[in-house]
Unconditional design. Structure first.
Length: 188
């Protein structure tokens, strides 16, 4: 079935949406869209700048006042991570990996302390598990796992698999503590 405006159920209430790492290109597009739709958006960033939505400083390494923004939030969409637009030397690969795993782990710790954790927690990053494809789209239902193409640098395989395993474990740990139904439905 093709998705059209008539087949998508409208959201009749404003949502509280928190975007850690939301100051980048994708985060700004999402924040602008959600804000225009009437949702309450909070961006957590290392470089706070004035915006029409709420913007709070965070260092992605320590629990501070930003944690209260997660309490009762409807959506937590983690966009943190160093840009992959760089040379894939050992130092940059390590920073790319750690800049995703560390903040994800920190968000899991923050969620563990909340009385009302976010209803939905998603992580989005530029790392992927699917093969590079120009012939068709790759998604969770039909995507082909990649990383073994002849032109794929071995350093990409290192980042991809280790990052996914680490982040999945953090998500599973948080889900087990606060939303056992999530573990059964989406992480089993």
């Amino acid at each position: 079935m093709e998705m059209t405006k008539s087949t998508v159920a409208p959201i009749n209430q404003s949502l509280r949406i928190v975007l850690p790492g939301g100051s980048g290109q994708i985060g700004q597009i999402l924040a602008r869209h959600f804000h225009a739709q009437g949702h309450h958006v909070t961006v957590l960033t290392r470089t706070p700048k004035a915006a029409p939505w709420r913007v709070l400083a965070w260092d992605a390494g320590h629990l501070h006042r930003w944690v209260k923004e997660l309490d009762g939030a409807d959506v937590l969409l983690n966009l943190t991570g160093r840009s992959v637009n760089c040379r894939y030397n050992a130092a940059n690969r390590r920073e790319i990996l750690e800049s995703r795993i560390g903040p994800t782990r920190l968000l899991g710790e923050a969620i563990a302390k909340l009385a009302n954790p976010p209803r939905l927690w998603m992580n989005a990053s530029t790392a992927t598990i699917y093969r590079h494809a120009l012939d068709r789209g790759m998604d969770e239902a039909t995507g082909e796992l990649g990383g073994h193409e002849t032109d794929t640098p071995s350093s990409w395989r290192f980042i991809r698999l280790r990052k996914i395993k680490s982040i999945n474990q953090v998500e599973k740990d948080a889900a087990c503590r606060h939303a056992p139904w999530r573990r059964r439905s989406s992480m089993a």
